[in-house]
Write a protein that binds this ligand. Structure first.
Ligand code: ATP
Length: 239
């Protein structure tokens, strides 16, 4: 569904993405993990057309994304920190997004809106929200328009344990509908029962892209965190 070829991005002298090539398919939940500053968010923003690479290309369903914007309607994006007009209420933000997208009300997905109880907070202004409630608004918006692809950047950061479980259930349900889900998190234990593939970024390049099954089989461990640690140790030993 998304193919990335030889993608490179520099910010000044800093090489943030270094000839990244990846293929991401529907029906997969892909964990994009790696140390701080390894280029995960930059890669996500390049897919969304928010960061312009120096070289390489990204194809969405076979079509180069350069100069395109409609493909973004097929992607639900949950940023690390959602930026909203701070004086608007939750209800106004939701209405504004619905106005922009102009899709029939009957196609909207209110699962997370209902699960998070956002209906009881519609009059709260964005600037008054706790970090976790802001995350809930972002999650609700990412899923609301029923996109084929979900890109979730640290989606559970700041969410309480019950809300985290609600979001995880939703992610599992959407993956079963053959959607592509790309998710970054530093809490690997949270990804264990969610993901089918793992991409480990290091210094702007994927160190590996493996299925969870092969990662576990290769390392003889059932936990994602130990499996990743073992693969990194093997790579460091070989280098
Ligand atoms: N707009 C920008 N201008 C300059 N440097 C940037 C910009 N955006 C990101 N960077 C730098 O690029 C590098 C990669 O950042 P990025 O946010 O992609 O990393 P990350 O892997 O998502 O990190 P984290 O795990 O901390 O979220 C960092 O050194 C960051 O400071």
């Amino acid at each position: 569904m998304i193919t990335i070829q030889q993608l490179s991005k520099r910010f000044g002298k800093l090489q943030v993405l270094n000839e990244v090539s990846l293929a991401l398919e529907g029906g997969q939940c892909v964990a994009l993990i790696g140390p701080n500053g390894s280029g995960k968010t930059t890669l996500i923003k390049a897919i969304l057309g928010m960061v312009i690479p120096q070289s390489g290309n990204i194809r969405f369903k076979g079509k180069d994304i350069v100069g395109e914007w409609e493909y973004r309607n097929e992607i639900g994006y949950m940023p690390q920190i959602g930026q909203y007009p701070e004086n608007m209420t939750i209800g106004q933000v939701l209405d504004m997004m619905k106005d922009i997208r102009r899709v029939p009300e009957s196609t909207l997905d209110y699962d997370l809106f209902n699960a998070f109880g956002l209906g009881g907070m519609l009059d709260k202004r964005m600037r008054t929200l706790s970090g976790g409630t802001r995350q809930k608004v972002s999650a609700c918006l990412a899923f609301m328009f029923n996109p084929e692809v979900l890109i979730l950047d640290e989606p559970t950061a700041g969410l309480d344990p019950i809300s985290t479980e609600l979001l995880k259930d939703k992610i599992i349900g959407e993956r079963q509908k053959n959607k592509l889900i790309l998710i970054t998190s530093h809490v690997l234990s949270e990804l264990d029962d969610l993901v089918s593939e793992v991409i480990y970024m290091q210094e702007g390049k994927p160190l590996f892209h493996k299925t969870l099954q092969s990662l576990k089989a290769e390392t003889g461990t059932n936990r994602l965190s130990s499996a990743v640690a073992r693969v990194i140790a093997i790579h460091e030993f070989v280098d």
